[in-house]
Ligand binder design. Sequence first.
Ligand code: BES
Ligand code: MN
Ligand code: ZN
Length: 503
Amino acid sequence: MNIDYSSGVALDTLKADALVLMVSESEVEQGGLAAQWNDKIAVLGKTGLFGGKLNQTYVLPLENQYDFPVIILCGCGDGLLTTDQLRIMTANIARAALRLKAEKIVIQLTGEITLLTEEKSLVTVAYALTEGLILGAYRRRQYKLEQASYAGLAAVTFNKEQQTDEVEREGWIQGIQRGQAFAEATNLARDLTNIPGNLLTPSDLAMAAIDVAERYGLPAEVLDEREIEQKGMGGLTAVGKGSVNPPRMIVIRYQGREQWDHVIGLVGKGITFDTGGISLKRAPGMEEMISDMGGAAAVLGVMEALGRLRPQINVVMVIPSAENMPSANAFKPGDIITTLSGRTIEVLNTDAEGRVVLGDALTYAREWGAERIIDLATLTGAVLTTLGDIATGAVTNDETFLQELIAASRGTGENIWQLPVYPEFREMIKSEVADIRNAAGRYGGASTAGLFIGEFAEGLPWIHLDIAGTAFLSKERGVNPKGATGVMVRTLLEWLLSQNEEK
Ligand code: BES
Ligand code: MN
Ligand code: ZN
């Protein structure tokens, strides 16, 4: 989407499919808008059709006095908005534009935008508004005989009514660029996550990763099933064995510092489809398991944005990818497997496959020099029981590290909630015959699963994010569409860029 900023352009020289006006409740009640709309909007207010309530939109057709056929009225409530409310507001504007099949819209800024919000930095405001537009205009790819002729919302201009100076313009441009990088990275993650299992196998995911790496000249490595086994990655080998689509271990490096030091490891679960394997899942809802590579998609989205923004940090991304299938070759309950770390795992449930592949991936991230690790995974149904699809569950061995990430998440509107790690939970993943077992029963399932992965961090500062509830929604909410959300791409980027400033 092309987004730009202009100022002082007169309405009668604007050409667009819609003009957008952001209107507060008091403006509807008391007027105060440009004279040519005031009367109409007052009628809408009196009749209850449009009151300016937050998140309300209303399409007002115009007589032919301008070169735009309609006005989209967008309510901004009364009172100061948070950055996330701004983001959701433009997401709703984008959705209204999609319903109109608009290709180009102009958002008319009648006053100081920062007066609408608690956030006083213009760059941050422009960044949130931009993100909302791109996130809200997202549409899942369709696979239909008849291709839709409408290509989506392609261009948005923020037009400030009064002529502004160079400083203000710079602020807008900076915010727009950052917003574009963050939101487009999120949409890349959404696109990958929404691809069905038959069209995205582990080798397809590896090719998507190579694609990103090549676009930005980042070194990448893909291990095939032979190399995975030869290196001793028994976890990924075991989970991948049951499928005719063999596993891949995918690595991309981003080096923004002189030396390959202070390396941050980002690890994403890349199960391209999870049937549960021999411990087969029940049929209802199984189609959602196309999203079991949501963690992989998110870390890949992050790499894409790093390639664009080029901060001075070092990051290694590791994706263990496999398809979890039941077959004559599949791994089985009771199997004992040896991981890359040397640790052995007693398999009690083949549907607890994520932690098994992630163990090898954490070890591999360490081998690539990671000094701190964040893993992202659609790991447990238990996190859904606990937090619903409202928050991502976090498990950590380093409180300050997690607090930093949670602080970054506050501005992005992506909720993170810490899960407990009582020593009793640790007891539950011990095995009589192996070092660790992969299932510990239903109770405390999100904590025990996280702790299992934490074993492979071997004392490095580590955060596990369980996005099983937040990566894929059953209906549209906030800036997110139905289906894949690309959750945590923006929070991770926010935190990563803060590391740029610190060191
Ligand atoms: N991929 C699933 C978790 C999941 C559930 C993701 C719902 C998204 C929505 C994971 O591999 C899984 O099957 N976990 C099991 C673990 C259990 C067998 C210990 C679960 O949560 O039921
Ligand atoms: Mn599973
Ligand atoms: Zn899974």
